[in-house]
Design a protein around this ligand. Structure first.
Ligand SMILES: [Zn+2]
Length: 271
């Protein structure tokens, strides 16, 4: 009987330690949080982890502010990379991929109210449309933010925009000149539509983020910051030659302890 109790306790501890990897070493470096959609997953969604409820998002941003983190805009991170400002000791960059309407209706008001900043990687050709790169049988199409919404967000000074290509392709599957066009043209169009400089780029699906040729193309297109979808933090000061800026993917089923582990250890789970 005692052996059975010990076995159950051991298995429970092993499960909890795999789900919340508290035993990892502290990881120094810059933390960049990666979100997608703020809201409740629609029925039929098979990518529920991409959805974080507004209540959870609010508590996560509040956790950051209550614990002394300073949230940065892309332009501030860029200035810190260039050495024109110094990076705050507890810096964190909040990013959203794709440019969903719920970033405007849900995330922006929460950031504004709490006094935090965020950034959105926009897919230029889907502005005001839907997420057509998803198969709707696994992830329903939902509204993307319109140009008016994105302009309002940008003008508020609460969020800045970056590029996530023209069409959300897997860049490594394209001919090099087409991949280069996706990066170059989206920067040009975003700057023409919203003004200012677009300095940040995120590779859709993280595809191409470890390809030296594609990273060179991103640099040639004029992006000084490029972001992967690889889980982790980035050693500071960032040396672009060593790879793109890594990110901490915040899943919808995670809690505040996960966020704490992401920030301190660069990951919160084994599965
Ligand atoms: Zn994306």
């Amino acid at each position: 009987m005692i052996i059975l109790i010990f076995l159950v306790l051991f298995l429970t501890a092993a499960f909890l330690s795999a789900r919340w990897t508290w035993w990892r070493r502290q990881m120094p470096g810059l933390a960049v949080l990666c979100y997608h959609k703020i809201g409740t997953p629609p029925s039929g969604s098979k990518l529920k982890e991409l959805w974080v409820t507004p209540a959870k998002f609010r508590s996560q941003v509040k956790y950051l502010l209550d614990n002394g983190y300073k949230t940065l805009l892309f332009s501030e991170l860029d200035a810190a990379c260039k050495g024109t400002i110094s990076l705050p000791e507890k810096a964190v960059v909040i990013t959203f991929d794709d440019g969903y309407e719920n970033n405007y209706t849900q995330a922006w008001p929460i950031l504004r109210e709490l006094g935090a900043k965020g950034n959105i990687f926009v897919v230029f050709n889907t502005i005001g449309k839907v997420n057509i790169w998803h198969d709707p049988s696994s992830e329903p199409w939902i509204n993307m933010a319109t140009a008016e919404m994105l302009l309002e967000i940008k003008k508020s000074g609460v969020m800045e925009l970056g590029s996530h290509t023209m069409n959300h392709p897997r860049l490594e599957t394209l001919e090099p000149e087409n991949a280069a066009w996706e990066m170059r043209e989206s920067k040009r169009q975003l700057e023409a539509l919203f003004g200012g400089e677009i300095c940040a780029f995120a590779y859709p699906y993280g595809n191409g983020a470890s390809s030296p040729a594609l990273r060179d193309q991103a640099l040639a297109a004029g992006y000084s910051l490029d972001f992967s979808f690889t889980q982790g933090k980035t050693l500071w000061p960032w040396n672009r030659k060593h790879g793109p800026l890594d990110r901490l993917f915040i899943r919808g089923d995670e809690n505040i302890f996960d966020l704490e582990l992401h920030l301190s250890r660069g990951a919160s789970r084994l599965f």
